[in-house]
Structure formats: C-alpha cells, structure tokens
Design a protein around this ligand. Structure first.
Ligand SMILES: Cc1cc2nc3c(=O)[nH]c(=O)nc-3n(C[C@H](O)[C@H](O)[C@H](O)COP(=O)(O)O)c2cc1C
Length: 244
C-alpha cells in the first residue's frame, strides 16, 4: 500500500489521489512490483522464450506415465494470474485424473465427434482440419494422465447469492488458457487444446453448475514414445505483424 504523504503527491491525469479515492471508493493502490532488466538480459530472455515457444506443439499421442502434481498446480496458479475483464477471473479449471471419469469424457466426446465427422460438420471445416490428421477417435482423452477441463463463467454469484455478470469472458479465459499452456510447456509437459463439439456433456459428467460453460479440454502429460505431430508451418513475423 502507498503511504498517506505519497498518496497526497500522487496524481493521475492531473487528478490527485485523494480526489480519485473520492470518485472511486473501492479503489486502492499498491506499489507496482517491477524491476527493469539490463538490456542484454532482456534480449537473451526474449530470444530464449521464442525458442521455447517454437518447440511447443499440440500433442495427440500421450504416455500414461503420471505427471508430478506440483507442476499442474503451478501451471494453474500461472493461469489464474492472467488478466481478465474487470478482474472477474471468469474461469474454473477442473482437473481430472480418475480413469473412470476420463473414460466417460472420452466416450461422450467420441459420440459427438463421430457425428461431427460423419455429416454434421461442413465440407469446408473437414477440409480445413484435414492437414491436422484428426478423426473421431480420441485416445488422448484416456491416455493422458491429466485432463484439465476449462470452464468459462458468463456470470457468477456474489456473496449475497445475486447473479453478477462477468465481462470480456471469452477473451479473459482464452488468455488464461494461453498462460496455462505456456506454463505446462515450460515445465516440460505436453498438451493439446481440444474442443469437442458440442461440449455440454462436460457439465453433466463433471457435475458443474449452470454458470460454468465448457471452454476447452486440455489433456496433459508426456508424449508417447515415437509420438508424431502434423507437419505444419507457422506464418512469419512479416505475415502476422504490421509495424506503423
Ligand atoms: C481453440 C482451439 C481448439 C482446438 N481444438 C482442437 C480439437 O478439437 N482437436 C484437436 O486435435 N486439436 C485441436 N486444436 C489444436 C490445433 O489443431 C493446433 O493448435 C493447430 O493445428 C496448430 O498446431 P500446434 O498447436 O502444434 O502448433 C485446437 C486449438 C485451438 C486453439
């Protein structure tokens, strides 16, 4: 927390801290925890991070070998540190390791995906996913030792049990999942982002309430020996970025 004397000096857009406080009674400031990196260290961390990220791939062939629980807990802590609209943190992560529950999830997902691949999906979509090489069979849902099922919360209940709308829910949860994937990858674990379509069955199997909407399933583990991935290209910096 910032001391009183400093608060008095502190201004934002010419408005004193005291005036800001009066306009926003629930606003409290704390000192930013920031340390400027020496230029060389910044460059070397930045280069190292790009290399790390380039080695991330979506893995669909998992070893059943268990993963250390603290790595999962830390990755969830990292995900939960993500920015979110109005800091509502509109996410819930359900960690499934029980083989019977994983089997239920797989059976339900395969029922949906079978319908998707055999008629429900448009020809255009099937053509788009052809280079990924997937079909309706989803062994990763039972082979991976951990499934992190991510739910988004369009609304939450406040302390008085009243419905409270959340903001920028999809954006927020997407960013949190990004943090999750990076944290798991940096801990040496493999992941897949899997979106069975539709996903409503996840609420029923996992006993989640009505304000939680399935967002993605993230199988986590170590790759199986000899695992393969589709040969895909990423767009270059020039293709994805515009510098003005
Ligand atoms: C929102 C989202 C949904 C996805 N859904 C699936 C899926 O249902 N099944 C699957 O095998 N891969 C799925 N993927 C993984 C993509 O196919 C994969 O990220 C893409 O082919 C690029 O490969 P890479 O992750 O190895 O770089 C999904 C990815 C995202 C971001």
């Amino acid at each position: 927390m910032i001391g009183r004397a400093e608060q008095a000096r502190h201004t934002l857009h010419g408005v004193s801290f005291t005036e800001q406080r009066a306009a926003r009674p629930s606003y409290r400031a704390t000192r930013l925890d920031f340390s400027r990196l020496p230029a060389e260290e910044a460059r070397s961390r930045s280069d190292g991070f790009v290399e790390l990220m380039r080695r991330r791939r979506s893995v669909r062939h998992f070893s059943p070998e268990p993963v250390p629980e603290p790595l999962i807990a830390n990755a969830l802590r990292a995900a939960a540190s993500a920015p979110s609209g109005a800091n509502r943190q509109p996410w819930r992560f359900v960690v499934v390791t029980d083989p019977a529950v994983k089997t239920e999830v797989r059976e339900a997902a395969e029922r949906e995906e079978r319908r998707l691949y055999s008629g429900r999906a448009s020809a255009e979509y099937l053509e788009a996913i052809e280079p990924i090489g997937t079909d309706w069979v989803k062994p990763h849902l039972t082979d991976a030792p951990v499934l992190i099922v991510v739910f988004e919360e369009p609304w939450s209940l406040d302390d008085a049990g009243e419905k409270r709308k959340n903001y920028y829910v999809r954006e927020s949860v997407g960013i949190a999942v990004g943090f999750l994937l990076v944290a798991l990858h940096s801990a040496g674990l493999a992941t897949l982002t899997h979106a069975p379509s539709p996903m409503g069955f996840l609420n029923e199997i996992l006993g989640r309430p009505a304000n939680e909407r399935p967002f993605l399933v993230v199988p986590v583990g170590y790759p199986a020996d000899g695992a393969t991935v589709p040969l895909l290209e990423k767009k270059s910096l020039e293709e994805v970025a515009v510098f003005i």
